[in-house]
Design a protein around this ligand. Structure first.
Ligand code: SF4
Length: 109
């Protein structure tokens, strides 16, 4: 085997390793990033408006809100305690953990 052959084989192996690493990244990242990637629900969204959704529960003047109710403790919410996460009532959107809407239903213990 000539030195040239060895060099080109090395280049090929390097390329193959890089491609494998990229494939792992592409397969691994979306699953982790998906919840964060959802666009945030806007208060001006027609459905959000109809349900009186607010990004910060403490700002609503809606008398239906009970103290302490937020998306984070609503049964329709499946995100973390902070930030944003999915809500079954707004498919494809992420609501604020601190948010609230009139459909709030306390999580079952
Ligand atoms: Fe938040 Fe629950 Fe209303 Fe969804 S249904 S926006 S989680 S309060």
């Amino acid at each position: 085997m000539s030195q040239k052959d060895i060099d080109s084989r090395r280049r090929f192996l390097k390329l193959a390793a890089g491609t494998a690493a990229a494939a792992v990244l592409m397969n691994g990242l979306p699953r982790v990033a998906r919840a964060d990637d959802l666009p945030h629900l806007s208060e001006s969204d027609p459905t959000a408006k109809a349900l009186g959704y607010v990004e910060d529960a403490s700002t609503t003047k809606n008398p239906k809100r009970k103290a302490g109710d937020t998306c984070a403790n609503c049964q329709f919410y499946s995100g973390g305690a902070t930030g944003y996460g999915p809500c079954q009532l707004f498919p494809g959107k992420a609501v604020s953990a601190k948010g609230w809407c009139i459909s709030h239903t306390a999580k079952q213990a």
